[in-house]
Design a protein around this ligand. Sequence first.
Ligand SMILES: [Zn+2]
Length: 155
Amino acid sequence: MERKIIGFHRDQKGDWVADLACGHGQHVRHNPPFENRPWVVTEDGRASKLGVTLNCVRCDALELPDDFKSYKRTAVFQAESVPVGLTSSHATKPGVWAKIQVLAGQLMYVVTEPINQAFLLDSEHAGVIAPEVVHYVQPEGAVQFYVEFYRKPEA
Ligand SMILES: [Zn+2]
């Protein structure tokens, strides 16, 4: 899915990496004639690309960024106590990832935008929620689960 560039850094080899709003990085090398991005070698060039989007396949794969840390966890919900906000379409804020951890029973986790996907979660299969992706959950009979939120640690 498309993610905005919010900054840049160099990897250990000195190659430029775009920092995306989702928390993932993506190489933006200038290596002519194979990869032609002369803008990346100047500060003005990089600044001109802030806010531009790149397609992030790691978001499509619902890969929680490695360096993200848990900072909040909900109470344990049961089928009868699931907040209405979770069973109707909603999304996390930019940069906020979440994991749905089922303790007992089964929970349907449905993503509606930008890609339609449905996952039947249980105690062995957690659900990963990517930032800003529209989704909802639906209890499948008796269930116990909580949601844990992740973000980039403060520098
Ligand atoms: Zn991403």
